[in-house]
Design a protein around this ligand. Structure first.
Ligand SMILES: Cc1ncc(COP(=O)(O)O)c(C=O)c1O
Length: 422
């Protein structure tokens, strides 16, 4: 079979947000729009990336060291956090944060069910119990009224996710945390650079955790992640945990792990970080173009932003077939994903099949909420226990929105959707 346009990336990029299911192929009479293409962004920086690679190669310093420290300083400055610590992935960032806060067996951690697996997987890995919380159908983030109902004397922390690049209701999260003495870890894997009332996500709680998986808005050339924190003591704990709990060398104070960041990844990220704001601007332009074009079609409505005390009453405009995502005015959305809701049984899968047949890549983030996953069956949730998360999993679909996608391709995607809605 002839290689498709994303072939080189497909083979190396298997994880969440992978291109393998989302890459489209040109079809007779169709278009050819990839869900994501990492090549234009990296080729624009090829000389700098190459120079950075050679610098690390010649330094002989491949794990942690000066490249990692330089990137950590730049990241702390960018996010506005006091400290940033480079780690091996966004998953390990969550793990390190939970371990530094001493969360373990007997503890419960509130987290959304409608998110990527790592959020809750890490809670279970430290021996604590994830307590799944429903989501807001407008902003897709944790529903804090539902979270409040699920608090018990064992609840130790809340782990909101800033899903698809939009901040959760952080005033609400912090208020709940203060009332009940909870720790706060913000899973900002998909939302580095996003703001809530002008302040960057990840800097509100005890820890913010970031992923630099290649498909994220700041993507490494492999796995990489970071934790950010404003707390000196927690930073020191996280730093020790990153290296097997070692302090000083070969004397282990606590049990940690190998959560170290490679110098090569830090060097690549240092090249890309100064361009981050231009990537965000492009994603915002792309989201605005989708919304402008799609909102003109009959049966399409923009989700009605409430005050994100999670405005369920406005979640489903009457007669809508497609509901477009909305950025709350107080949020700086960074549009890691442009995620639609397709209303009506079977309609989402029908639209996706139509897009695929026409050569348009798309993806479903996420087809099964975490409370329904086999690995959490022993906790005993029923699908209806979190009705919104259950429903979203059947309705959502994400369209290509990467910064370098040509505007004509967005127009083509909209035309293919218009064809489906006729
Ligand atoms: C919400 C969320 N949390 C955590 C992670 C884990 O990040 P990583 O893949 O870098 O381990 C991801 C990655 O896709 C994510 O989307």
């Amino acid at each position: 079979m002839k290689a498709g346009p994303g072939e080189a990336i497909r083979s190396s990029c298997w994880s969440e947000n992978s291109l393998s299911q989302g890459t489209a192929f040109a079809h007779d009479g169709g278009v050819n729009v990839n869900l994501l293409d990492l090549k234009p962004q990296n080729s624009a920086l090829e000389t700098e990336l190459h120079d950075a690679f050679m610098r690390v190669l010649r330094s002989g310093y491949f794990i942690l060291g000066p490249e990692v420290e330089r990137f950590e300083c730049a990241l702390a400055e960018f996010t506005g956090a006091k400290h940033a610590l480079g780690v091996s992935s966004g998953t390990d960032a969550i793990l390190v944060a939970l371990m530094a806060l001493g969360i373990g067996p007997g503890d419960e951690v509130l987290c959304p069910s409608f998110t990527f697996f790592a959020t809750a997987g890490c809670v279970a890995r430290v021996g604590a119990t994830p307590v799944f919380v429903d989501s807001c159908p407008v902003c897709f983030n944790i529903d804090l009224r539902d979270a409040a109902r699920r608090i018990t004397p064992r609840t130790k922390a809340i782990l909101p996710v800033h899903l698809f690049g939009q901040s959760a209701d952080m005033d609400g999260v912090l208020e709940l945390a203060q009332q009940h003495g909870l720790r706060v870890i913000e899973d900002a894997a998909q939302a580095m650079g996003a703001t809530y009332r002008g302040k960057q996500v990840g800097t509100f709680g005890d820890f913010g955790t970031i992923s630099f998986f290649p498909t994220k808005n700041l993507g490494a050339l492999g796995d990489a992640g970071a934790v950010v924190t404003n707390d000196e003591e927690l930073f020191a704990k996280a730093k020790i945990l990153r290296m097997h709990g070692m302090d000083p060398k070969y004397f282990h104070q606590v049990i940690g792990g190998n959560f170290r960041l490679d110098a090569l990844q830090a060097a690549m990220l240092s090249v890309k970080l100064p361009h981050f704001n231009s990537y965000t601007e492009a994603r915002r332009r792309n989201a605005a173009l989708y919304t402008e074009r799609l909102a003109q079609l009959s049966g399409v409505q923009v989700a009605k932003a409430g005050d994100c005390g999670c405005a369920k009453a406005n979640a489903e405009p009457a007669d809508a077939r497609l509901v477009l995502p909305v950025a709350y005015p107080h949020n700086g959305h960074i549009w890691n994903q442009y995620t639609l809701r397709v209303i009506g049984a079977g309609q989402r899968d029908a639209l996706r099949a139509h897009l695929t047949a026409r050569g348009v890549g798309s993806e479903i983030y996420y087809p099964l909420p975490l409370h329904e996953q086999a690995c959490f069956a022993h906790i005993g949730y029923k699908p209806d226990d979190l009705p919104c998360a259950h429903r979203l999993a059947g309705e959502v679909m994400s369209l290509p929105i990467y910064p370098e996608i040509p505007a004509e391709q967005i127009e083509q995607v909209c035309a293919v959707i218009a064809e489906f809605l006729k």
